[in-house]
Design a protein around this ligand. Structure first.
Ligand SMILES: O=P(O)(O)OC[C@H]1O[C@H](OP(=O)(O)OP(=O)(O)O)[C@H](O)[C@@H]1O
Ligand code: HPA
Length: 185
């Protein structure tokens, strides 16, 4: 499939000690082909539970194209956790760490009791997913499903153990000797 094929040939750069892979779905670079975007969206819809869901939730920046296409296919609205503070009433700030960055994420637009599906491009250390789940719990949302396109490292397992939620992914990878390798899940 196109997702696996494009991952195998994508470039790797170092960000501190972190070997960062650069791929259209995770970075929008060098170019996002509609064929790939469609394949990823359809694969997410096939494994995801979008029944009776009020909102799709994602994190800035690279969850946004995914949430947009999923929203168009499912007719479910979406909420973006932004890195910018808006100071709106009820805004929920949470701390986010990744393998190469630290910062804040801000949640708006979720009401108590909302049924949500979380979607993101990658889960690596799991720091971002922990922040998203924490914010949604504070908002009183009911998390119906969590789907990430790509998993690498131990983040998925750690978040599952810590939170009790199951995280679905499309592909598991590792970065070995400057290359992406596809792993069995
Ligand atoms: O499991 P983790 O180690 O937290 O890594 C995963 C997160 O890293 C990336 O986000 P980033 O904050 O770099 O923003 P971007 O979408 O702008 O690249 C990606 O979009 C995930 O949200
Ligand atoms: O290696 C990566 N590449 C792209 N996005 C990411 N988000 C976490 N890790 C990565």
């Amino acid at each position: 499939m196109l997702l696996e094929e494009t991952l195998k040939s994508c470039p790797i750069v170092k960000r501190g000690n972190y070997h960062y892979f650069i791929h259209p779905i995770t970075d929008g670079v060098p170019i996002v082909e509609p064929k790939l975007l469609r394949e990823v969206a359809i694969r997410i819809i096939k494994i995801g539970n979008f029944e009776d869901v009020d909102k799709i939730v994602t994190a800035e920046a690279m969850g946004i194209p995914l949430a947009t296409i999923l929203s168009l296919y499912t007719d479910i609205p979406y909420v973006i956790m932004r890195k910018r503070e808006y100071k709106l009433p009820g805004e929920i700030p949470v701390f986010q760490t990744t393998g190469y960055s630290k910062g804040q994420l801000y949640l708006n637009g979720i009401n108590k009791g909302d049924k949500v599906v979380i979607v993101d491009d990658v889960i690596s250390t799991g720091g971002t997913m922990i922040a998203i789940i924490e914010a949604l719990k504070k908002a009183g949302a009911e998390i119906k499903d969590i789907i990430c396109v790509i998993e690498r490292g131990n983040g998925k397992k750690e978040v599952e153990e810590k939170t009790g939620y199951k995280i679905k992914t499309l592909v598991k990878i590792d970065v070995v000797d400057g290359k992406v390798v596809i792993l069995d899940k």
